[in-house]
Design a protein. Sequence first.
Length: 150
Amino acid sequence: MVRFDGFRFAAFNRSNTEGILSDRFAFMFCDARGGFWAVTENLGITHYSQGRFKTYTLHDGLDSNTILSVTGDDSGKLWVLTRGHVNQWDPARARFNPLDRKTYPYRYPVFPSGFFYKDESGVHVFQRGAVAHYALPAGVPPPHRDIHES
């Protein structure tokens, strides 16, 4: 990860920065509080805030270290999608909580920041803390059950 301050570049990696566990980042999400969350390649999610990095993994409540998508709202709430599971950030406890799959059945990422699933009634999108439902056009076949459903 590299920062440019207008004059010089500064590199941040696991060998020179406490809190970074992986040098392989897939994408970032800027939160409402001025920090950012950098999704790693299969080693959780790294948060940067107030000059410090911290990587959150299975040990911090995530149900998987593979993050597919991230979304947040203007009040600072944050959700991450792992392999078929939505996890909500709990800032008071500094950990993630997996949410109920029946209430939050989202399985697929919507880039840059959200999740969706499709069922017989349409496509359902969770983005920035809000849910939107879209009916499918006539003639679209019902979805097949996928491996993430349980």
